[in-house]
Write a protein that binds this ligand. Structure first.
Ligand SMILES: [Fe+2]
Length: 260
């Protein structure tokens, strides 16, 4: 569909429909997330100050983030090319759209809008462990940036953590992945007792293909957010040792990693 995708956030351009969409998505999702989101995400949401009545203002978000972890948002009209995406992450800059889906698209949208990018991803950028991983992941990806297949394999780590990760809290699984946090269907599915959940394992993830166009078939569960940064040396070493094996074992997806 024809859509206005601004390159900068002009707050006075938001329409009444935009505010209604943000409010509806926010309120609907919070009913689920109060029960199912990681307490770290819920805390971060409070820290960052998002609420149903106000579409986030990127300037204010950047002020808050700069005092917490030094991360900044930059407006992008849509998905950015991989190399640029990883370069931005390595510089602690998160590219986010500032437009919202229409009311008719409330339940499904083909590309990430501001509700996914900002509601889903941004609160945890206030958390030091998550923020540190995002930057380190960007730096690691740049080491393989000229090898498309290796980037696709490495993207599985991002996919099964930042987009669709679960975390253990007590005896329960909770959500921290942005692709789940911004989607009621994915939240319910990830919490369904029949859904496959797998203890986080780098080697397994590097061999696990994913699809961007369906509800996920499985979710990987970490014990704590600090685990994300801690596993990066293993990722690097496995990619060096078994990179060709990963390429052979499953043809790399030609998918874009940051689009749920
Ligand atoms: Fe995303």
């Amino acid at each position: 569909m024809e859509r206005n995708k601004p390159q900068t956030q002009q707050y006075d351009q938001y329409t009444q429909e935009d505010f209604t969409v943000w409010q509806t998505l926010f309120e609907r999702q919070m009913i689920l997330l109060k029960q199912h989101a990681s307490h770290t995400y819920l805390q971060a949401l409070e820290t960052i100050g998002f609420h149903a009545g106000e579409i986030p203002d990127f300037n204010k978000v950047n002020e808050t983030l700069s005092g917490l972890t030094g991360w900044q948002l930059t407006v992008v009209p849509e998905l950015v090319p991989q190399q640029h995406f990883f370069e931005l992450l390595s510089q602690k800059i998160f590219p986010a759209t500032c437009w919202l889906r229409t009311f008719e698209e409330l339940d499904y949208i083909e590309e990430p809008d501001m509700f996914h990018d900002v509601f889903g991803h941004v609160p945890l950028l206030a958390n030091p462990a998550y923020a540190s991983f995002m930057q380190s992941f960007g730096q690691l990806a740049l080491e393989w940036i000229d090898d498309e297949e290796m980037i696709a394999i490495l993207s599985r780590i991002y996919w099964f953590t930042i987009e669709f990760g679960l975390i253990k809290e007590g005896s329960e699984h909770k959500v921290y992945g942005a692709g789940i946090l911004s989607s009621p269907g994915e939240t319910r599915h990830s919490m369904d007792t029949d859904t496959t959940t797998i203890t986080f394992d780098v080697d397994t993830i590097l061999q696990t293909a994913y699809r961007t166009d369906v509800i996920q078939e499985q979710y990987f569960v970490i014990d704590k957010l600090e685990q994300l940064d801690q596993m990066l040396p293993e990722v690097r070493s496995l990619l060096h040792k078994k990179g060709d094996h990963f390429k052979l074992s499953a043809p790399a997806e030609k998918t874009i990693i940051y689009e749920p």
